[in-house]
Design a protein around this ligand. Structure first.
Ligand code: NAD
Ligand code: USQ
Length: 384
């Protein structure tokens, strides 16, 4: 299958490119390298020293014998997006090419608008390029579990049956996102559903939980490793807890620590994406997958990181700190996850297993975390 990966240079895009290529797919990709630039802007860096796209592709060719085609450019430019889709004529587009940080989008009006413009317009440009050149192509789009927010109800996969004033219908489940970033994802969901309705474009909208881990089977050497961020803007709680433990910083759940999310190991996320790519929706179908494995509160996450860290003689002292975000700190979280298991998804790596791979790798790069220690403390406040 010809698969085009938007966001090829990213945390997920790079391992997925290698993974799909190793399964025999013909892989091309796009990236404007903005993630690297935006992390530089906040003064931080990846704990793992990542190679340039050219170095990565050359090294991958050396170890696998396979080529990865790469286009450097901005999906927000309609003519660029149109051109690359027309040139490649993919069977599947995996769209990961967005700004993924909630805190970044909350810095100020410029960062909110940059995130929303980048993500919503880039996504629209892909939809129009698909309609014009590859109307049968499958769009595998990365949304987020955070689109749903934390309702006091179970969370289905995209749609639910509702009865109102004696009538029944199947409707999109209410979205209650908690940041400008998460809101952009909701707007994109509506745009994809609309493109599906008017043009019949087929799409899988993936509501993904937080992905953790840093290594996949295709990373034969650290020249092929993916990025791992730990600062307040780009690091997710789990990455931050690992990095904090490695440099002897307190592990910092925010607030009461009851904030619960879905988690998935990077290597299991490869399995999910592969199943979705290789089992496309019917022509003209729009489907939603919730994609995660385990759910944890951030307090529970901190406890597990701390426990595994002790196996490596790290203290992992936990200290709840004032929450810079506005969010429920104790809430129900019962999302469904049925569609991927129905396609054969079997998670292989639980959180503790994955931590026993991540922590030793981070210990190798302890000096790089130490060098940016001042970027760990949160300074972006949701309510200001
Ligand atoms: P990432 O920032 O590492 O990767 C995104 C890549 O897209 C980057 O390399 C970036 O340079 C590129 N990009 C951004 N805007 C672009 C544009 N306009 N044109 C071309 N390239 C552009 O992020 P990630 O963690 O790999 O996440 C990938 C996707 O998955 C995002 O949409 C994110 O919201 C979603 N997601 C991620 C997670 C997670 O835990 N990592 C969880 C849920 C959803
Ligand atoms: N948190 C802490 N301590 C920290 C950092 C965060 O307790 O040091 C808390 C946050 O307050 C929040 C929870 O951890 O309640 C999750 O925050 P996060 O930074 O780990 O993740 P989030 O901002 O939700 O975003 C991440 C990815 C994003 C993806 C999303 C999936 O960056 O791309 O969309 O996870 S989900 O969380 O399901 O919406």
């Amino acid at each position: 299958m010809k698969v085009m990966i938007m966001g090829m240079d990213g945390y997920l895009g790079w391992p997925l490119s290698m993974h799909l290529s190793s399964r025999g797919h013909e892989v091309s990709g796009v990236d404007n390298l903005s993630r690297r630039k935006n992390v530089n802007e906040t003064g931080s860096w990846s704990a793992t020293p990542i190679k340039t796209m050219n170095e990565r592709r050359i090294r991958y060719k050396e170890v696998s014998g396979k080529d990865l085609t790469f286009y450097r450019g901005d999906l927000v430019e309609p003519s660029f997006t149109d051109l690359v889709v027309k040139k490649e004529m993919p069977d599947c587009i995996v769209h990961l090419g967005e700004i993924p940080s909630a805190p970044y989008s909350m810095i100020d009006v410029d960062h909110c608008n940059y995130t929303q413009n980048n993500n919503i317009i880039g996504n629209n440009n892909i939809l129009f390029a698909m309609k014009d050149h590859v109307p049968n192509c499958h769009l595998l789009k990365l949304g987020t579990m955070g689109e749903y927010g934390t309702p006091n109800l179970d969370i289905p996969e995209g749609f639910f049956e509702i009865e109102y004033r004696g009538r029944k219908d199947k409707l999109p489940y209410p979205r209650q996102p908690g940041s400008w970033y998460h809101l952009a994802k909701v707007h994109e969901t509506w745009n994809i559903m609309f493109a599906n309705k008017i043009w019949g474009l087929r799409a899988t909208d993936v509501m993904q939980g937080v992905v953790h881990g840093v290594l996949t089977d295709d990373m034969e050497t650290d020249d092929l490793i993916t990025r791992f961020d730990f600062d307040e803007v780009w690091g997710t709680a789990i990455n931050r807890f690992c990095a904090q433990a490695v440099v002897g910083h307190d592990v910092t759940p925010y607030g009461k620590g009851g904030q619960t999310r879905g988690y998935l190991a990077l290597r299991d996320s490869m399995q999910c994406f592969t199943l979705a790519v290789e089992n496309p929706p019917d022509e003209t179908e729009y489907r939603v997958f919730n994609q995660f494995d385990e759910t944890y509160s951030v307090n529970a996450l901190a406890e597990i990181v701390s426990k595994v860290a002790k196996e490596y003689d790290l203290e992992g002292k936990i200290r709840n700190i004032p929450n810079p975000r506005l969010e429920a700190e104790k809430h129900r979280y019962e999302p469904d996850m049925k569609h991927l298991p129905a396609l054969g998804f079997k998670p292989k790596f639980n959180l503790e297993d994955e931590l026993r791979i991540t922590l030793p790798k981070l210990i190798e790069y302890k000096d790089r975390i130490e060098a940016k220690r001042d970027k760990i403390k949160p300074k972006i406040f949701w309510s200001q």
